[in-house]
Design a protein around this ligand. Structure first.
Ligand code: ADP
Length: 211
């Protein structure tokens, strides 16, 4: 099996827009596997060399270097595949928080086929202020050091605009689908499912036909 047999959709959007909530919800449905890059970083041993290196970036709201990120992504995913929790022949991979730069798109492309970019598009400044507030509340709830300081949150938005937003152009209009991220988690999930459920069904049918 080539690595490109992994088929994925990418949850994409500004910090705090709800990628994690949607990713977790999708990951509960058989046939979907949710992979969060932020969670992979947070599960590193804090005192390990890699853990320390990663937190020197996340604590400032900066992106972890591309090579380090993609290497950890690949290694973690391979371990998950070996444990059989994710089966590329039948499961649609839901990528959350990776790729987050144009270079990461290039580094990932030999290993996964991104079928759709699910762009949770937040428009105006008012929405942004709402997201900053959401992140501050989440930081308290989940004990996340990176979002406890407003300066770090603002830096994360700048990094998103400068380094992450250009990812959309890499995939192009046929792949990118814009979603309204406002509403209840269930309402947003319903919008996303209208796009991803048929993709996952096709994957299941293809796998069944191949056996
Ligand atoms: P959010 O859900 O708020 O968008 P994440 O939990 O996905 O945030 O990520 C937290 C932090 O981890 C980011 O601010 C960044 O420092 C780091 N990070 C996550 N994904 C990547 C990535 N693909 N490349 C580089 N750094 C990343």
């Amino acid at each position: 099996m080539t690595d490109r047999s992994r088929q994925a959709v990418l949850l994409f959007g500004a910090p705090g827009v709800g990628k994690g909530t949607q990713g977790k919800a999708l990951g509960c449905i058989p046939g979907f596997f949710h992979f969060s890059m932020g969670d992979a970083f947070r599960s590193l041993e804090p005192d390990s060399e890699l853990g320390q290196k990663v937190s020197s970036y996340t604590s400032r709201g900066e992106l972890v270097p591309d090579e380090v990120t993609v290497q950890l992504w690949k290694q973690t995913l391979e371990e998950i595949e070996e444990s059989d929790a994710y089966r590329p022949e039948t499961d649609l991979l839901v990528l959350d928080g990776i790729p987050r730069s144009v270079r990461q798109v290039q580094l990932l492309s030999p290993h996964v086929e991104v079928l759709r970019v699910l762009h949770l598009a937040c428009g105006d400044e008012r929405t942004k202020e709402h997201l900053v507030e959401r992140l501050r509340k989440r930081a308290l709830r989940e004990n996340r050091a990176d979002d406890a300081k407003v300066e770090v949150i603002r830096r994360r938005f700048e990094v998103y605009r400068a380094e992450t937003q250009p990812v959309v152009e890499e995939y192009g209009p046929g792949v990118v689908v814009d979603f309204d991220p406002l509403g209840t988690p269930a309402e947003v999930l319903q919008r996303i499912l209208s796009v991803v459920a048929p993709i996952q069904r096709d994957l299941t049918h293809k796998a069944a036909a191949a056996t």
